[in-house]
Design a protein around this ligand. Structure first.
Ligand SMILES: Nc1nc2c(c(=O)[nH]1)N[C@H]1C(S)=C(S)[C@@H](COP(=O)(O)O)O[C@H]1N2
Ligand SMILES: [Mo]
Length: 198
């Protein structure tokens, strides 16, 4: 059964598949708990902590520059999906509207439904990171984080918060949901940072 969905990386792709990962052609849904119901009309995205507090509406987000992205997606449970196509807002474009305190060094990503995950500022402020509202040309399905999720291609996908609704800027690192429950604080797939070493 497993063989139908998961393949050993062929030589063509092996340089894109991190150690211990297998390719999938489908797009599994990985959620801890329920899919929250989120409506664009009431959707809000808040920035707070060591930053100027500000709240964005759905219209605010749609008025930001929109870009297309193709990115590989690596789940720590060992599946990887290559060349996922998304549309949304670059993190660096979004951040032009946010004023961060110089002492801020970390971020807690917050979500509808209560999920959290932490990320260092330098891992967040990267050219290839984006907020996505469209997946393969269709509105991002609720199970995959619609209406809006973060995508951080260079880290394991648990950092790519679905239903994201806030960024809490922090001077010191705090741990998110999976990081408190044994996952690595950073989660870089090429370094196989799956589990906490503490
Ligand atoms: N809010 C929220 N975001 C989340 C998760 C979650 O449970 N809740 N799971 C994470 C994990 S472990 C993975 S692998 C990806 C899976 O995204 P997908 O369901 O679109 O494949 O979302 C991440 N973002
Ligand atoms: Mo995952």
């Amino acid at each position: 059964m497993l063989g139908k969905f998961f393949q050993k990386p062929g030589s063509e792709y092996s340089d894109r598949v991190p150690p211990g990962q297998h390719l999938t052609n489908g797009f599994p849904v990985l959620t801890y708990g329920q899919t929250p119901e989120v409506h664009r009309e009431t959707w809000q995205f808040r920035v707070w902590g060591s930053a100027q507090e500000v709240t964005f509406t759905w219209e605010d987000f749609m008025a930001m520059p929109q870009s297309n992205f193709t990115a590989d997606f690596h789940c720590v449970t060992t599946w990887s999906k290559l060349d996922v196509q998304w549309t949304g807002v670059k993190v660096l474009d979004f951040m032009k509207q946010v004023e961060v305190d110089p002492k801020a060094a970390h971020i807690m990503e917050h979500c509808y439904g209560g999920y959290t995950t932490n990320i260092a500022i330098e891992d967040f402020l990267r050219e290839e990171n984006f907020f996505a509202h469209t997946l393969f040309g269709e509105p991002l399905p609720a199970d995959h984080g619609g209406p809006l999720r973060l995508v951080v291609p260079h880290l394991y996908a648990w950092k790519s918060a679905k239903w994201i609704n806030g960024l809490e800027f922090l001077d010191k690192e705090e741990l998110g949901f999976w990081e408190r429950n044994g996952y690595h604080r950073r989660g870089e797939p090429w370094a196989v940072e799956r589990y906490s070493d503490r």
